[in-house]
Design a protein around this ligand. Structure first.
Ligand code: GDP
Ligand code: IMO
Ligand code: MG
Length: 433
């Protein structure tokens, strides 16, 4: 059985959680491999809503093993509360959660720095300490979960880090520093003791159990630290580029994987940064209201706009997508017209590629193609035959433009609200072969 990779194809919140939940039933292992508790993956099962920040979504299925791989940055307090929250709801993951011993920790001072950096110049981060935790990792000051094995060594490293952050805080930002070494040490060690059985060499585990794995991307391709709209991005490789370093698996491991990109039928983004198709007035508000576009992690209103096919095509190429899943077309059910962006006009010139330069991106004027709205409910439909012709026309156009098949539509937030558009995949739901 081929492995499956599920990636956000826009600026995050595309509905990855819903799709991973739906498809992971057929896999034995699901893996998160980048980002941290900045993610918010929503799943609705039997009218119960779950929002997962750190745990791989597939773990909601009782038989599925969940893996937190080395590319993630792990906030132990969030992990503890997420595990306990699921236990309270009758889902015990403790026996089937594996955590890479190479995973770096997010500690309270990373969250403090996130706040300070944001005060100075805002990216609109989730304030979960993600950027600073990766700064420490790449600056070789990070603390990995395997470092907690040696309590004395951890105590010293923590002390050094706290002193370093205190200096930044007091001398650069002129703020008072209130974090306490003992309380961070105690709480980290207490939680570590309760999860140490889960910590292992995850890369070796995946190499030895190399089939039936679903890799769950967090954030989206346009938030990728290298391929996204830098500096308005997250601090990890949230495109397919992050798979190998995020898991510790060799690039060849993914040769036979099936790569699926998830995209909304329109576009959202939360936080600052360029967003060529953003609708600032009534139409944007309407999309936000109809789509319930408020952050799953921070509750912030998401910025909304039309589907940007230039950006989606870029994502399809960067990730070499084998297929797209379009979510939330039902949100467009009442629109007279539906627009999609087919080119960027920059300084009077047209292009259909996404520029690297921030200043060029900020000058983009979107060129739209307008489709007739379908003005019919698509909510919850499960058969292709029930899809309005106008919606099918739009999907064909997306396929043509992005040169990628749309294999599935999600027609609502619940697990059973979807339909396959490709027969081969439908028949071999479990296999993609
Ligand atoms: P993720 O971060 O990519 O997992 O996405 P989020 O969970 O942050 O945001 C997606 C939101 O859309 C959640 O509230 C989902 O319950 C909801 N959702 C997912 N698919 C659909 C769909 O097809 N239609 C509608 N109306 N809502 C959906
Ligand atoms: P999921 O997995 C949407 C955004 C933040 C901010 C930028 C940097 O639910 O799709 P960070 O806290 O990562 O340093 O913030 O990235 N961001 C997301 N936006 N969905 C997410 O995750 C996001 N994770 C981070 O809003 O603009
Ligand atoms: Mg989300």
């Amino acid at each position: 059985m081929e492995n499956l990779v599920i990636l956000g194809a826009q600026w995050g919140d595309e509905g990855k959680g819903k799709i991973v939940d739906l498809l992971s039933e057929n896999y034995s292992v699901t893996v998160r491999y980048q980002g941290g508790s900045n993610a918010g993956h929503t799943v609705i099962v039997n009218d119960q809503k779950f929002i997962l920040h750190l745990l791989p979504t597939g773990i909601l299925h009782n038989e599925v093993i969940g893996v937190i791989a080395q590319g993630m940055v792990l906030d132990l307090e969030v992990l503890e509360s997420e595990i306990n929250g699921l236990i309270e709801r009758g889902i015990d993951v403790r026996e089937r959660l594996f955590i890479s011993d190479r995973t770096h920790l997010v500690l309270p001072y990373h969250k403090l720095l996130d706040k300070l950096f944001e005060k100075k110049s805002s990216i609109g981060t989730t304030l979960r300490g993600i950027g600073p935790a990766y700064m420490f990792k790449f600056g070789r000051k990070g603390i990995r979960i395997s470092d907690l094995e040696d309590a004395e060594e951890f105590r010293l490293k923590l002390k050094e880090n706290i002193e370093f952050v205190r200096e930044i805080c007091e001398k650069v930002y002129c703020e008072t520093f209130e974090l306490n070494h003992t309380s961070i040490y105690d709480s980290t060690m207490r939680i570590y003791e309760s999860i140490r059985e889960m910590v292992r060499d995850v890369s070796a585990f995946l190499l030895d159990n190399s089939e039936g794995i679903l890799f769950e991307g967090a954030q989206g391709t346009l938030l990728d630290i290298d391929m996204g709209t830098y500096p308005f991005v997250t601090s990890s490789n949230s495109s397919a580029l992050g798979l190998s370093n995020g898991t510790g698996l060799p690039p060849k491991f993914f040769n036979n994987s099936f790569f699926l990109g998830i995209a909304k039928a329109y576009t959202t983004r939360v936080g600052e940064g360029p967003f060529p198709t953003e609708l600032k007035g009534e139409e944007g508000d309407r999309l936000r209201d109809l789509g319930g576009e408020y952050g799953s992690t921070t509750g912030r209103p998401r910025r909304c706009g039309w589907l940007d096919l230039v950006a989606l095509k870029y994502s399809a190429r960067v990730n070499s997508l084998d297929g797209l899943i379009i979510t939330k077309p039902d949100v467009l059910d009442t629109f007279e017209e539906v627009k999609v962006c087919v080119a960027y006009e920059i300084d009077g010139e047209r292009t259909d590629t996404l520029p690297a330069s921030l200043s060029r991106l900020e000058r983009v004027k979107p060129v739209y193609r307008t489709f007739k709205g379908w003005k019919k409910s698509t909510k919850g439909i499960t058969r292709k035959e029930e899809l309005p012709a106008e919606a099918l026309e739009l999907i064909s156009f997306v396929e043509e433009f992005t040169e990628t098949k749309v294999v599935m539509l999600s027609t609502g937030p619940k697990r059973n609200e979807y339909l396959w558009l490709t027969e081969t995949l439908q028949r071999t739901n479990a296999g993609y072969t």
